[in-house]
Design a protein around this ligand. Structure first.
Ligand SMILES: [Zn+2]
Length: 117
């Protein structure tokens, strides 16, 4: 049994909003939301614990608002390569050449994909 005590120190606006919701809508504080410096979130409510990655928490708190990652993926996915047919290579003086634009696009999209996991 853990007997540690939590010192809760809310910012003024968060405390004011929560107090107003409790008073006006008959809600009770039954848990806490904790944020890691990297943005991940942990929710403890009625002794249940839920761990959420920062992007999943963003989706919960801002439904319908696309994240920077989704915007980048959308723009890059729609972008047309100015150098080749999009296949990632072209012929330069009959020599097959890797397309730098496509290579860098793939690097960014794979890096952005890795950020999600
Ligand atoms: Zn290309």
């Amino acid at each position: 049994m853990c007997d540690k005590k939590l010192k809760i120190n809310l910012d003024r606006l968060t405390e004011s909003k929560a107090a107003g919701i409790c008073e006006s809508n008959n809600y009770k504080v039954k848990g806490v939301v904790m944020r890691h410096p990297d943005g991940d979130v942990c929710v403890v409510e009625l002794s249940a614990v839920r761990w959420l990655e920062k992007n999943d928490w963003w989706d919960i708190m801002h439904p319908g608002i696309r994240t920077e990652r989704e915007i980048i993926m959308g723009l890059l996915g729609a972008a047309v390569c100015p150098c080749c047919d999009g296949g990632g290579a072209y012929y330069d003086n009959n020599e097959p050449t890797q397309c730098q634009w496509c290579y860098e696009k793939d690097q960014i999209m794979n890096r952005t994909k890795d950020d999600k996991s």
